[in-house]
Unconditional design. Structure first.
Length: 168
């Protein structure tokens, strides 16, 4: 008997435009959420390995923006702009990310923070306007590996905070 639509595995209508990256971080979700939402934390861990970040403006509220430059290890500067479209502490953040506030190729990301025992499972689901833009991000900018490294940097940064708390 053939599978019907209801019995077939569900596939997102945006699957060919998505990148989904997740990681379990050994810290309470309130702390992981805070590290993702306060500029004093973000500037310490944001970006793939070898990158640093300079913030020009930061306002964490729906409609607010984070205007920043990512500095690559090869000296290349990447102009970046994030505007927050949904904030539901401590479980969810939605945002629009591009090179500027009017970037026609900006992509949407939804981050979820779920308790996983004493740890937190963070999932970053990014949807690009087109399959071609998603493929370019993966091939030219190594978006999947860069996303994994970014969440790895977050995990290491939060582990430092937890360790300092234990030492105090």
């Amino acid at each position: 008997m053939a599978a019907t639509g209801r019995d077939a595995p569900a596939q997102s209508a945006t699957a060919d435009r998505e990148i989904v990256i997740s990681r379990v971080i050994s810290a309470p979700r309130e702390l992981v959420f805070e590290a993702f939402t306060e500029v004093r934390h973000l500037s310490r861990w944001w970006g793939p390995e070898g990158f640093t970040t300079t913030t020009r403006a930061f306002e964490f509220r729906v409609g607010g923006a984070w205007d920043f430059v990512m500095h690559g290890p090869d000296g290349t500067d990447y102009q970046e702009w994030i505007t927050w479209t949904e904030i539901a502490p401590p479980q969810r953040i939605a945002l629009l990310h591009g090179e500027s506030h009017d970037d026609p190729n900006a992509f949407e990301s939804v981050l979820t923070f779920a308790p996983d025992g004493a740890a937190t499972r963070i999932e970053m689901r990014t949807v690009f306007p087109t399959k071609e833009l998603r493929d370019e991000a993966v091939e030219k900018y190594h978006a999947i590996e860069g996303g994994r490294q970014t969440l790895g940097n977050l995990a290491a940064y939060v582990a430092e905070i937890v360790q300092k708390g234990v030492e105090d």
